[in-house]
Structures are given as C-alpha cells and as structure tokens.
Write a protein that binds this ligand. Structure first.
Ligand code: ADE
Length: 231
C-alpha cells in the first residue's frame, strides 16, 4: 500500500478531506488514516515535526503494510535557483545535524549507517512529472538535508550547500529515508519551498507555509494518477 506522510496538519489536511472509506488507526502519538484517494488505497498521516516523530511514524506505516512512502511538505530552499513556491523532489536525503566527526566519521554520517539514502527512481520520476504540472513553479531534483533545526541564517544555508550539496532544508525526510532503507521500502520526499532558510526565513515561513503546502499536495495528487505499479 502507498503511504503519504506530512509533518503538519497543513501538509495533509487537503488530502485527508478527500480520503474515501476513511478508517482511523490509533498508535501511541500518531493516528494513521487508511482509505482510498483518487481510487488508490493509501495510508495517510501527520507524523509530527522532527526526525524522531518521522522515524516513529514511518515504522508504524511499515507495520501497517506500507510498501512505498511519499513524504509531502514544505522546506527551506537552499539551492540558489529556488524561490518561495518552487518544488524540490529528493534525489537522496542526509542528516545534516549528525556530527560524529570527533571519531573520524564524515559530517552527517551515523556510525554503521549509510551517509545518505537514495530516493526510488520510479517514485522520483512520477513526482517530477507531477510537479512539472503545477503551474508557475520551478522544479529542482536534489538532496534533501534533514535536521532537528529550523535553518534561518546565511551561514546555515552556506554550510548546507558546501558540506552537503543540499537543495533544501527540512526536519523529517532523512529519518523517513533511513527507516525505509532498513525495510527495503521505496520512498520519495516532495517539498515545496516556504522560505529560503536565511535571515527572515521565520517570517516567510509563517506567511507562505499554508499556501505553498498546497503545491506539494498537488504533486501527490498528480502522482496518484500516474503511479507506476507497486514493486
Ligand atoms: N521547513 C520549512 N522551512 C524550513 C527551514 N528553513 N529549516 C528547516 N525546516 C524547514
């Protein structure tokens, strides 16, 4: 089954409103909504903010039979081409806040784990096609950098570009990716840009987040129509 996950109400509420045959499954800290969206059986959920919530929710989704995971939400744009409203489709995800460099590991690498997690090519292709159908937005395929931090400085942006080659900054994608990778479950992260992660990002985020969250939702909707067969 396809799982669709967001971090916040604004990121899933427009999908939830259209979910048919809805059944709510309660777990500690999270509710999963099972139903049918545009004829496709799905699990839909708001996982909460940050990597711990994202990992926990992903584990629940996998236990309930998720065989593909699509994350939809907003991000701070880090790639210089990105403006508010544009869309990032993940090539891969990294955890920019992991630092075990004192023991000789590269920045972002959890000892014993992969330094990054690649998104599924078929889900990526479906997401890019759908994103290009959203009017007036630029689509960037790139690296999603996740951390339990809201990035709001030029130095933060520079670090994510230079140390990680990131396209955008958010707070969940790599946790979803890490859990999916352990289970061999394909994933993709789709983010619309609510701010550019530099000074003033907090103001832009508050102003634009609810509106641009719709773009990511439009991409998910578009993906459902052209989804490749499940592996
Ligand atoms: N989500 C949206 N904007 C963000 C930012 N600037 N940093 C981290 N997560 C975000």
């Amino acid at each position: 089954m396809l799982a669709i996950m967001g971090a916040m109400d604004e990121e899933i509420e427009l999908l939830l409103a259209d979910l048919q045959d809805r059944e709510d499954l309660g777990f500690p800290g999270v509710t999963l909504h099972r139903g049918v969206l545009d004829g496709v059986p799905v699990l839909l959920t708001r996982g909460g903010i940050g990597k711990v919530n994202a990992a926990l929710t992903t584990a629940y989704l996998l236990m309930q039979g998720a065989s593909r995971v699509v994350f939809t939400g907003v991000a701070g744009g880090v790639h210089p081409d990105l403006k508010v409203g544009d869309i990032v489709v993940s090539t891969d995800c990294v955890q920019h806040d992991v630092d075990v460099t004192a023991l000789g590991y590269d920045a972002g690498t959890v000892p014993g784990e992969s330094p990054s997690w690649a998104a599924d090519p078929a889900l990526r292709a479906a997401a890019v096609t759908a994103a290009r159908g959203v009017e007036g937005v630029h689509v960037v395929e790139g690296r999603v950098a996740s951390g339990d931090q809201f990035i709001a400085s030029a130095s933060g942006v520079a670090r994510l570009r230079e140390a990680f080659g990131a396209a955008c900054a958010e707070m969940e994608g790599a946790a979803v990716a890490q859990v999916c990778a352990k289970a061999g479950v394909p994933f993709v992260v789709i983010r619309s840009v609510s701010d550019t992660a530099d000074t003033g990002a907090n103001v832009d985020y508050r102003e634009f987040m609810p509106r641009v969250a719709r773009h990511a939702k439009q991409v998910v909707r578009g993906m459902l129509a052209g989804l490749p067969p499940a592996p």
